[in-house]
Design a protein around this ligand. Sequence first.
Ligand SMILES: Cc1cc2nc3c(=O)[nH]c(=O)nc-3n(C[C@H](O)[C@H](O)[C@H](O)COP(=O)(O)OP(=O)(O)OC[C@H]3O[C@@H](n4cnc5c(N)ncnc54)[C@H](O)[C@@H]3O)c2cc1C
Length: 317
Amino acid sequence: MRVVVIGAGLSGLVAARSLANQHDVIVLDKGRSVGGRLATRRIGDARLDHGAQFFTVRGVNLQAQVDDWLERGVARVWCHGFAGRQDGFPRFCGTEGINSLAKDLARDIDCRSSQMVFSVRQTEDGWNVVIDDGSTIGADAIVLTCPVPQSWALLAQAELAIPEELFRRAYHRTICLLTVLDRPSAVPEPGGVQFDPGEESNPFAFIADNQAKRVSKVPAVTFLATQPWSTEHWNDSIAQLRHLLLERGRPWLGNATVIGAQIKKWRFAGPVEPWPEPCWVDAEHQVVLAGDLFAGPKFEGAFNSGLAAAAAVHDFS
Ligand SMILES: Cc1cc2nc3c(=O)[nH]c(=O)nc-3n(C[C@H](O)[C@H](O)[C@H](O)COP(=O)(O)OP(=O)(O)OC[C@H]3O[C@@H](n4cnc5c(N)ncnc54)[C@H](O)[C@@H]3O)c2cc1C
């Protein structure tokens, strides 16, 4: 079968890898590179994770992948808990940033970046995937792994019985400040601080020192704002956001001078309420929706949803 996977985030790449030995698989992503929310940005000599910061492992499927990554030096253990709260569970990171895990999953796969899918249309014997350059790719089966509201928009012209509660699922927003410093920060060992939700006066959910994490050779700190703060300030100007977050983040920077600061806004940072199934499948029309909405949020949820999507497609053939 020709299978087109839309979205080269974690779930799409995992699905594509599982399918590629038996099917003709093409992965399309609108981004300049693969990874989606597994995002690492370079600013000068600094390298900063600005989507997912780390991940944990509960199930055997992800454990097998992590064992392989550890053996090949693609991932490593960052720590076993954050400032003042060591709980013994490993937090893993990408050796060269979280995006390097996506790049590793994409190796030897036909992944096409800068390919924004405009719509997917049903044909007599499958699907036409329409890309923003006007070209069309025919497919027997499609796997959509964008955040579900985006997948829904692509499917607007298709006649599918997608439950309304599914495409109406909400996602929270995250505003992120990336800073490059002239000397090491004051973020305590192991270079990460995780805050309890509900501390209303605190705008931060997580602070990560990318140098202490050994992702960046030079001092660079990522600040992730809380969901309420991000929602409240979503329409502020970039200059305002940079000013407000820098002011509040100052105590974590010690004596360092900020030599670079950028803002990143994630409209679909994570699902508010997960969907109870690991993916949504229409076997008659050979379409699957997958992503971190489905198999539990976060890294492992996206990973497991990608596997579930591949299993569903294998069953089509
Ligand atoms: C700021 C932030 C911090 C996080 N921190 C953590 C953490 O510390 N630990 C953890 O476990 N998880 C964390 N997460 C969550 C984790 O990153 C996600 O759960 C996971 O990466 C989602 O993968 P996905 O494949 O479901 O979606 P995505 O990574 O969003 O992939 C979807 C892809 O679809 C593409 N796409 C969308 N529309 C189109 C279109 N029309 N045409 C072509 N391509 C399209 C997008 O470009 C994207 O690459 C964090 C997320 C964010 C945003």
